[in-house]
Ligand binder design. Structure first.
Ligand SMILES: [Fe+2]
Length: 178
């Protein structure tokens, strides 16, 4: 197993039991998101992005409040950029904006957000304006970020059994080496 995968696994071991905010832990949420990506037939880089999209929550020591680090997308993407390419880091960086985007373009999306997501949406700037949404669609990887965002919403099922971190070791090693 590569050093970076060991490092990431250690981060999850150390902080993964932390509360995600909706009855599941960080590691349960990460594994459920990765599983959803895999089930959807996503490319390996996007499965990795789904697994690691909230790693910013785990590497930041300073929390804004009980819902975690609102800039976690940027700190997570910056950390991941040391080891992975933009196919992994961009969906991670954009996944918060993807929520603001979906609130702007899908009429019923906001109503389906969890309570914690509604709270963090306010801190993140609220729904995008039409201009912001158009600018968002100019960014490479925006569609992957939107896909990731939908798995993010699904990965909050209390008690759901999904494959563990070990199932992603070789996928992560391969991507980190590339
Ligand atoms: Fe998430």
């Amino acid at each position: 197993m590569s050093a970076v995968v060991e490092e990431i696994e250690e981060i999850f071991q150390k902080h993964g039991q932390e509360h995600y905010g909706e009855g599941v832990s960080q590691i349960e949420h990460a594994l459920q998101c990765a599983f959803e990506a895999k089930e959807a037939g996503a490319a390996e880089a996007l499965i990795a992005a789904a697994l690691l999209h909230d790693i910013g929550h785990l590497i930041e020591l300073e929390k804004d409040d009980e819902f975690g680090v609102h800039r976690h997308n940027r700190s997570g993407a910056a950390y991941l950029a040391r080891h992975f390419g933009p196919e992994v880091t961009e969906p991670v960086r954009l996944h918060v904006d993807a929520k603001r985007y979906l609130c702007a373009v899908e009429g019923d999306y906001f109503g389906r957000l969890s309570q914690a997501s509604v709270h963090s949406l306010e801190m993140q700037g609220g729904p995008m304006s039409e201009d912001e949404a158009a600018a968002f669609r100019e960014q490479p990887g925006w569609e992957d970020a939107v896909a990731l965002r939908r798995w993010d919403d699904l990965g909050k099922v209390v008690g759901r059994e999904v494959p563990g971190f070990a199932a992603y070791r070789s996928l992560l090693s391969g991507l980190a080496a590339a």
